[in-house]
Design a protein around this ligand. Structure first.
Ligand code: HEM
Length: 463
């Protein structure tokens, strides 16, 4: 796809301006310390395949779509998740379905699938709706003469949604803040820990601090899981089946064994984190993009009122909100919460004439692929209507992958879209958003992509 000249492109929201050329290993070490997207150079976005050789790891970054397809679809099961990434997230999510491989992953995915069938979108809709109503009441009660940092508010509502659907209880704001701060601390320590490891240097306490931060996150839900685990094994049933109940009932496809307590904790930790951290990131960026787009807000407001009037926004109303859906999709294109997928080379392989040794890492990055001008026109610009244009349909099919691709694709994609549309529709219907004067938010990419110093928005009540 030909790229339009920049001055003809719509609004371009902030992203780290790429370096003119590849920086030295030392410079990359320091810029990558806190955010890997800050190490990118211009050709990173357009090259078919790049390579980086670090003391402890050979990396290949594949942008060519046929290679992306081959690696992500992994028909011959030769590109499992790379151990480096599993080690990085292990303190948080243990040996759960996100980072296991082979038969262990197969069995785990089969065991958790029914739990996701439970998140059967219509059934959880009312629980989501209750959490969103609480968030709206919270926003209405704020002093709207001052800008509000929307990022912790989105973290709370998405964590509350997952709490209610997983445990049938709500999550209070203090617990949500505790999680938010602990997860930020985890990322701040795990990323440098990983960098030091890659360069063959000692950890300087970073991995230990990351471990302490994950223990703090676990503390929020472990007592709940313990109580329910014991009750289930005494034969007590919950009032309504929730995700935890499905996990308690899950049986290994061959041995018939249930999850042990630690295995259960790992899966719960994963679903909890994968299920809210990513959605919170997407929602914060979507609200930022809206705050810079006054006309779009008016169009979406009209769409929402046409679909749902001023009454409760029901499950059936979301279908009529294509503009809100496209806002969410375009946000995920520009700011994919998971910016890269790391797979392992398991046997001698040649790609684009590069011989790769077993143990090397092949990285597929939606951040790069979705911002490549060969795939999307005006790739760094905010243009939700691209999802309605036939000339971009092929790119959407082959080069749009915020939820991954192939067998490891996100199990919660439908859940996330429904939740995000509901949050956005309620906020757009109730408020006008404006970005205050001053510096723009800065995306930083560690494990997930987040705004470096939050996103402060001015909200004013409509009507
Ligand atoms: C905007 C929101 C979300 C985004 C962008 C997102 C993105 C992703 C991506 C990219 C992967 C695959 C990573 C890879 O291939 O290396 C993934 C996997 C996963 N996601 Fe999500 N996710 C979101 C929301 C959710 C929600 C709401 C849940 C659960 C309620 C969830 C649960 C999972 C699980 C369990 C996996 C592991 C699947 C497996 O490996 O079999 N995610 N997600």
């Amino acid at each position: 796809m030909a790229d339009a000249p920049m001055d003809k492109c719509p609004f371009t929201p902030p992203y780290p301006v790429p370096h003119k050329s590849k920086a030295s290993l030392v410079k990359r070490f320091f810029t990558g310390w806190t955010s890997w997207i800050h190490t990118l150079f211009e050709r990173s976005y357009t090259m078919k395949m790049g390579e980086i050789h670090l003391p402890r790891l050979d990396f290949y970054i594949a942008n060519e779509l046929s290679i992306v397809e081959r690696v992500m679809t992994d028909a011959d099961r030769e590109f499992p998740k790379h151990k480096f990434l599993s080690d990085f997230v292990e303190p948080l999510i243990g040996q759960s379905v996100f980072n296991t491989n082979g038969k262990v992953w197969d069995d785990q995915r089969r065991m958790i699938n029914p739990a996701f069938a439970h998140t059967n979108l219509k059934r959880v809709y009312d629980l989501m709706s209750d959490a969103v109503a609480d968030m709206l009441a919270y926003l209405r009660a704020q002093d709207l003469t001052q800008p509000i940092d929307i990022d912790p508010v989105m973290t709370h509502v998405t964590a509350d949604v997952i709490f209610r659907t997983m445990f049938s209880v709500s999550l209070n704001r203090d617990e949500a803040l505790q999680i938010h701060h602990a997860f930020t601390r985890f990322q701040r320590n795990a990323q440098p820990g990983a960098m030091l490891h890659l360069y063959g240097l000692p950890g300087f306490g970073f991995p230990k601090r990351a471990l302490r931060a994950s223990a703090e996150i676990h503390k929020v839900f472990e007592p709940l899981v313990r109580g329910r685990y014991d009750a289930f094994h005494r034969g007590e049933m919950p009032e309504k089946p929730d995700i935890l109940h499905s996990l308690l009932e899950a049986r290994h496809p061959e041995t018939g064994e249930p999850f042990g307590f630690q295995e259960l904790i790992d899966q719960i930790a994963l679903i909890f984190l994968a299920g809210h951290e990513t959605s919170a990131s997407a929602l914060s960026w979507a609200l930022y993009l809206l705050s810079e787009s006054q006309d779009l807000q008016e169009d979406l407001h009209a769409e929402i009122v046409a679909a749902a009037g001023d009454g409760p926004i029901g499950f059936e109303h979301l279908k009529g909100m294509e503009g809100v859906r496209n806002l969410f999709r375009e946000t995920l294109r520009l700011y994919p919460p998971i910016g890269f997928f790391a797979r392992a080379i398991t046997k001698p392989t040649v790609m684009r004439e590069k011989p790769m040794k077993p143990g090397a890492m092949i990285v597929i990055s939606p951040w790069l692929i979705q911002r490549n001008k060969e795939n999307f026109s005006c790739p760094h610009s905010f243009d939700p209507d691209r999802f309605t244009r036939p000339e971009e349909a092929e790119a959407v099919k082959s080069a749009y992958m915020p939820f991954g691709k192939g067998p490891r694709i996100c199990v919660g994609a439908g859940f996330a879209q429904q939740e995000a549309m509901l949050v956005l529709a309620e906020i757009i219907r109730a408020f006008r958003l404006r970005y205050p004067a001053g510096p723009k938010p800065e995306p930083v990419s560690r494990l997930t992509l987040r705004p470096k110093k939050g996103i402060r928005l001015r909200l004013s009540l409509r009507g």
